[in-house]
Design a protein around this ligand. Structure first.
Ligand code: SAH
Length: 244
């Protein structure tokens, strides 16, 4: 007899601080039979996984994918078809540069029920924990999230002129290795070299570090302070508010 179909919960675990996992996310996590999780899920959140649950670490180191994306999707599908209650835990929000959509497509194609539990994205929470309000009426009327990750052909796909024109704070994710190129691109598009910037490493975790700098000095700061992924590169005058 075929097992009854299970269900997959795609849960955004937030940026690391366990207090930023949603109540709904925690409720799904504690009833899971199987938990499939990433590198960016906070250690305290992994401690909430029930003893009885099977744990599958598909953690991605920066630039490396130990478990390829199609394989992750296949694991979710298989476990759900076995009748399991599957929790897929991702850092931040699953749909903010999280490939959440890709993982759901295979489930949808097989008629597997799923539910999405949004998470607190590191883009906003990491900024907030560093004292930076991502918008402020005196400074901006928009905010922008940008990936600083290279495409397969090695290029960054960033429209610097457009970003400069928009005037809103820019939050670059997956960008630590490419900050020099990004800063040069923004300055070439007309942004002031003195534009305030912040680097936020391990945002919301006890190991969080924050560096304030300027566009012209940002790349050097990354070297000096040895900033590593995961980190946010925030560009905009709202960074000035960090100290107050
Ligand atoms: N879905 C995630 C983002 C995944 S992309 C979210 O919503 O937060 C991975 C990038 O997110 C990292 O390269 C880094 O730029 C950022 N990031 C994730 N967690 C972070 C943290 N705790 N502190 C700073 N940046 C973080």
């Amino acid at each position: 007899m075929m097992a009854e179909m299970g269900k997959v919960y795609l849960i955004g675990a937030g940026p690391g601080d366990p207090g930023l996992l949603t109540v709904k996310g925690r409720d799904c996590l504690v009833k899971a039979d199987v938990v499939v999780y990433d590198r960016l899920v906070g250690p305290k959140i992994l401690e909430m996984i029930p003893e009885s649950a099977e744990r599958i670490d598909v953690g991605k180191n920066s630039g490396h994918h130990p478990v390829p994306q199609p394989e992750i999707s296949r694991i979710l599908l298989e476990k759900a078809l076995e009748g399991k209650c599957v929790t897929r835990l991702k850092g931040g929000d699953s749909f903010v540069f999280g490939r959440g959509g890709e993982e759901l497509e295979l489930l949808a194609a097989h008629g597997v029920p799923f539910e999405v539990v949004p998470g607190v994205t590191s883009a906003f929470a990491g900024a907030a924990y560093a004292g930076i309000p991502v918008t402020h009426r005196d400074y901006c009327a928009s905010v922008h999230l940008i990936t600083g990750h290279r495409q397969k052909n090695g290029a960054l796909s960033i429209d610097y002129e457009a970003l400069n024109r928009l005037k809103g704070p820019l939050v670059f994710m997956m960008s630590v290795a490419n900050i020099d190129e990004i800063a040069q691109g923004l300055m070439a598009a007309g942004m002031s070299p003195d534009m305030p910037c912040a680097l936020v490493e391990n945002g919301t975790l006890p190991s969080q570090r924050k560096c304030l700098t300027t566009l012209a000095l940002a790349a050097r700061k990354v070297q000096e302070a040895q900033i590593h992924s995961p980190a946010l590169f925030i560009v905009g005058r709202v960074c000035l508010l960090s100290e107050t």
